[in-house]
Every structure is written in C-alpha cells, then in structure tokens.
Design a protein. Sequence first.
Length: 287
Amino acid sequence: MKNRLTIAIQKKGRLFDQSTDLIKKSGINFSTKGDNLLAKSNNLPIDILFVRSDDIPSLVSNGDADLAIVGENVLIEKSLFKRTYIEKIIDLGFSKCRLSFAAPKNNKIKNFNNMKIATSYPNTVKKYLKDNNINASVTNIHGSVELTPYIGMSDIICDLVSSGATLEANNLKEIEVILQSQAVLIKNKNLTKNKEKIADKVISRIQGVVNAIESKYVMLNVDASKVKEICKLLPGSESPTIIPLEDSKKVAIHALCQEPIFWETMEKLKAKGASSILVMPVEKILN
Ligand code: PRP
C-alpha cells in the first residue's frame, strides 16, 4: 500500500451513500463486494477503506489513511484536547446536522448548571460548558442517548439533530445548538511527495464535483440592448458568452452560474425581456 493513496470513508451510516457517490463522481472507479472493508480502484493508485466513523480522525492523524470523508462533528470530538496531524480540506455540503442540547418536553430548563448531561460527544460538550462557565456533569454513552432522561441517567442530552424526528419521537425538545456540522474532506498533514501528488489530483476532482452541485448553466435569448441588465441578474457568473442570433437584434447569453438559480431569478430575467430561458445542471467544474 506504500505507493497507493488510501481514502477512509464510513462503512455504514448517514455518510456512506454520498461519500461513495462523491468518490465515484471524482472518477475513482472501484467496486465493493458484500462486507469487504477494502476496495482497490482499478484506474488510479487508490484504495478505499471502509471503517467506523469514530476511527477516521485517528486513522488520518496517524497516517494509516491519507484522505478521509468524515462528519465535522466526529472530527471535532476526536481532535479536541490532543495534537493531531489532520488538515481539513473541503466542506462537502452534505450530511448537514447539528449537535444540540435537548430535554424532555415537560422540563422547564432555565440554565444547565448542576445538570446531568448524557452524550456521545463528551469532549465537545465539556468544551462548551467550560467556554460558557457552566458547571454540569457529563456522562458518555455510545447510543440510545434519547433514552437516558427517562431512566434517570441524565436531566438533558446533547446529541445530533438532523430532521428532528428522533427528538420528536422520544418526546424531547431541542434547547440549544452547540455545533453545526457537515461532511468534510480531511487529509494527513505529512504525506510523502508521491502521495501528495495523487492527493492533489483527488482533492481537485472532489472540489470540482462539489463546485458543480450548486452551479447551473443558463442559456437564454434577449434583445442585444438588454445584455448588461440581464448579465447583472445572473448570480455568480463570471463572464457570460454572448452569441449573435439570426434575428440581428437578438443575442443568446450562455453563463455558468456558481450559485443556485431560483424561480424568482428566472421570473426577473423574463420580466427584463429574456426568452427561452434554460437552466441546466452541471456535472463537474475544473477551475
Ligand atoms: C443521529 C442521532 C439521532 C439521529 C437524529 O444518529 O444520534 O439518533 O441521528 O437524526 P434526526 O434528527 O433526523 O432524527 P445516527 O443515525 O447518525 O447514528 P448514531 O446513533 O450512530 O449517531
């Protein structure tokens, strides 16, 4: 494995599907069979390691994995209070969630002083308590955190919230968000020159896929006299292409917009005289 770059991803859980999808869209071909924990790319010198989320930060910090996709919540929890050799490279924009305090719905909480808090994120919670001068006790539990207030193990919990359905199902209410999280690409800081070269290629491709997610290619026709006004309305477009049309008074404008195009923008374009407005998805961008 010395000359092959290793990329660690979660073997199952909320990040798995989008992590494998992102790697495949970056042109790294691999296939997995059943419960295999290692997949070798057949077109690049890259191996994919399927591991537990919790293990990813230490694997990358120790150099056992070179790159990884991990939830920022896990990265922060596992990196607090220790020296690590991890560099965060890209916010990937998926698996967005937050780490929040929550309490039983009937519990009227004024502050967290002297509370018993159950969580799978003890380091993050302890740091928050320290930063906010709160004196409370923290119990580490690896799963079923939502149960702990009902068995007397805690007064409140601190856990991940995404849709809020789990809190709702357990009759809990969110009180305070302490961390916003999403999937991030991380890298070991001390790669060999050879691995650094492969990593650069992978990072630039992943960035290209991420950039493309919100980008749209817009095409429309408009009177030549309106070009400036129309271009001002196209969000995040650098330098649109203006193409003459058969009707010499009209031109076509083609633009790569690196921000979402909402219906409101299209309606404004139409109101300024644009017609045949097409908004198309973009698959990859190499800047
Ligand atoms: C997290 C968290 C909650 C749930 C919240 O668990 O522990 O149980 O997601 O999501 P919701 O707000 O959309 O209901 P996850 O599935 O990530 O697995 P975990 O228990 O291993 O953290």
